[in-house]
Design a protein around this ligand. Structure first.
Ligand code: SF4
Length: 209
């Protein structure tokens, strides 16, 4: 029987419960046939909520293998930028618009994003972050609708259902354009904005600027 995320996701009471449910999701037959794992997302260990929720597009090959988002080169760049701005990964939850890898890393189809939407909507409620970060075009369109453009929406801090929302480039774009490219500079600048929006950690610089 095909599980309907719109029926099941809203009933999840915790992030961990949702993670268990999403792993059984079979709503997208093509993705079910090609995926190795369902990459639900990661909330920092031992905390009920996160300060920041980073939202990417979909798992890549390494994430599909590991079952964890942002473990490949994109994850390494993200970790390094978060460290640089004093926002440790322990304060940051990560997930993707799609929880299953599209074959050959193709772009997620609109119908797949629609089917998967209830999972992310409930993750946002359960992680209860102060700041949402849309990384890349697919996540930006998830919030703003089809045709939303990163260049037009970044820099401004938006508000979405009572939370701050920052739009920026996906780390994979930053890698594609190289360390001196405009996307990595923009990503760094936008993550600094994110750090300013969260309360300072005990002994840490985030939010101190
Ligand atoms: S992409 Fe989302 S909706 Fe589609 S099968 Fe995976 S978890 Fe389910």
């Amino acid at each position: 029987m095909i599980l309907d995320p719109a029926q099941v996701a809203p009933a999840a009471r915790t992030w961990q419960e949702l993670t268990g449910l999403v792993r059984g999701c079979t709503a997208c037959p093509e993705l079910v046939a090609s995926r190795t794992t369902v990459v639900a997302g990661a909330l920092p260990d031992g905390v009920p909520a996160a300060d920041v929720l980073l939202i990417g597009e979909a798992p890549g090959a390494q994430e599909d293998e590991a079952g964890v988002p942002f473990v490949g080169r994109s994850g390494q760049l993200l970790d390094s930028l978060l460290h640089e701005i004093g926002l440790p990964r322990q304060r940051v939850a990560v997930t993707n618009v799609l929880k299953c890898r599209p074959p050959g890393n193709r772009k997620p189809r609109r119908v797949e994003v629609g089917r998967c939407r209830p999972w992310l909507a409930r993750q946002i409620e359960l992680a209860d972050p102060r700041v949402l970060v849309a990384l890349g075009g697919t996540a930006t369109e998830w919030f703003f609708g089809a045709g939303a453009r990163i260049a037009a929406l970044r820099v401004t801090v938006h508000h979405w259902q009572g939370r701050s929302l920052v739009v920026t480039y996906h780390p994979s774009a930053a890698i594609r354009f190289g360390p001196r490219g405009a996307p990595v500079a923009a990503l760094r600048e936008d993550l600094r904005t994110v750090a300013r929006l969260v309360p300072p950690a005990a002994g840490g610089p985030a939010g101190d600027e």
